[in-house]
Design a protein around this ligand. Structure first.
Ligand code: IMP
Length: 430
């Protein structure tokens, strides 16, 4: 049964949207399973350049069904504006469904995310400020509002009455902020629910019929494994499980249904927000990797923040491969390294006199490790127009092969530019 989970294996921004767009043409169903509009997937295809935050990247193929699964936190205004933009650019959203079980990001979540960040001062996480953490916290505290609630006047009013009372107390007494009106919030979210109603569905039958019929299904990850709330660089993480286990939970399918887990890795590493980053580089060397002004520029799709950049970190990436059962790698943005004379790869960490093979669990220790580098020759040849592995410069082939060997998974796809066709498929996914 071809059910493929495509997940980020670094700190997000690995180029997942580009690959989902490519693979969606072969999938009958694409399910986004986690995160919210903290994600930003840039897709460049024959229709133009699109920046998606919630809508799955399979939307460009009219035959593909796209589902926003139960594990996602949905900001209805963002979703409606994305739908409107897509329709205005002649991309049909008729086959887009959002789960009734998904939780709603409410205005107090966004306010609290930003107020909490401010109050953290030096210890800030660098969140996207989109209300993601507070929305997931309410889900776990069982005080969340779900998409289905937006369609039931009485339920929405009753839940909102209880929740808003508590949120307003926190907003006014702890943060000195203005309270939200029950009346206005209720009417606004009822209206948003009405506007979204054609897309709201119990997605379970859609997903399970596709599994029963053996249709190719793509589970679209957002964020990256090193931002995982359990396995990432806590507390500098997001509030959801972006990996393969999160794919099962967030889509509502069992682990035995997944036939392959593809880990998306940039040929180097980037991170936005705060938190330890052992192979980080700064100065002019970093600017080469940032590619400012280029289509691949390392500027966050969601927040417009400059991404921190560094060398490929095989310790972190191997860990991501292990915790997710990644069998196949998609190595992206290889072309960004085209001009470099030599390229470093972090193959281990040194902590005082000890060499570490696994990332330590606490940021206090992780911040002290020294990366151990291996230096590989660059190829100093443009690769963006290459479409077959055997046509790649030898040094580029050797670089990619070394990454696969270090992290312990086979090579599936290489990407050498932002366009849908700028990919080299070494092992077919579907
Ligand atoms: P939050 O998810 O907005 O709570 O942010 C928590 C951390 O995850 C911050 O460091 C964010 O920059 C990071 N983050 C969240 N979503 C993404 C993403 O899609 N790409 C890269 N980093 C992300």
């Amino acid at each position: 049964m071809p059910v493929v989970a495509l997940i980020g294996a670094q700190w997000g921004d690995e180029g997942k949207g580009h690959l989902v767009d490519l693979l969606a043409s072969k999938a009958r169903l694409v399910v986004r399973y986690g995160g919210g509009n903290n994600a930003g997937h840039t897709v460049v295809n024959h229709l133009g350049t699109f920046k998606l935050h919630l809508v799955p990247s399979g939307i460009f193929d009219p035959a593909t069904v796209n589902v926003i699964g139960p594990g996602v936190v949905v900001n209805p205004e963002v979703l409606l504006s994305e739908i409107k933009d897509l329709e205005a650019r002649a991309v049909s959203t008729a086959k887009l469904f959002v789960s009734e079980r998904a939780h709603v990001i409410m205005p107090y979540h966004v306010m609290l995310d930003q107020l909490q960040e401010e109050s953290r001062g030096e210890g800030k996480i660098g969140t996207t400020g989109r209300g993601i953490g507070p929305a997931y916290a309410d889900k776990m505290s069982r005080t969340g509002i779900r998409v289905a609630d937006l369609l039931h006047e009485e339920t929405l009013l009753n839940r909102l009455r209880v929740v808003l009372e508590e949120k307003n107390r926190v907003l006014t007494r702890l943060y000195n902020a203005k309270p939200l009106s029950l009346h206005d919030t209720y009417l606004r979210y009822l209206d948003l629910g009405r506007q979204l109603s054609d897309h709201i569905s119990n997605v379970h039958p859609i997903i399970h019929r596709a599994l029963e019929k053996d249709f190719p299904v793509l589970l679209e990850g957002a964020q990256g494994s090193l931002l995982d709330v359990d396995h990432g660089t806590y507390p500098y993480v997001t509030s959801s499980p972006p990996g393969a286990a999160g794919a099962c939970q967030g889509a509502g399918i069992g682990p035995t249904a997944i036939s392959s887990v593809i880990g998306v890795l940039k040929a180097y590493t980037t991170r936005v927000g705060e938190g330890p980053f052992p192979s980080e580089i700064e100065g002019p060397e970093a600017d080469v990797l940032r590619q400012i002004g280029m289509p691949w520029a390392e500027v966050g799709t969601t927040t417009g923040r400059l991404r921190r950049v560094g060398w490929f970190d095989a310790v972190m990436s191997r860990y991501a491969v292990q915790i997710n059962g990644i069998d196949t790698l998609a190595i992206t943005k290889l072309d960004v390294l085209d001009t470099l004379e030599t390229i470093k790869v972090c193959v281990g960490y040194r902590l005082h006199e000890t060499q570490l093979e696994y990332p330590p669990a606490t940021v206090a220790v992780l911040s002290q490790v020294e990366p151990i580098y291996e230096e590989l020759p660059g190829w100093q040849t443009p690769t963006s127009d290459i479409r077959r592995f055997q046509d790649m410069p030898e040094a580029a082939q050797a670089y990619v092969a070394r990454l696969c060997q270090l992290v312990g998974a086979r090579l599936g796809i290489i990407s050498v530019g932002p366009g849908r066709d700028q990919t080299i498929v070494v092992n077919e996914v579907f």
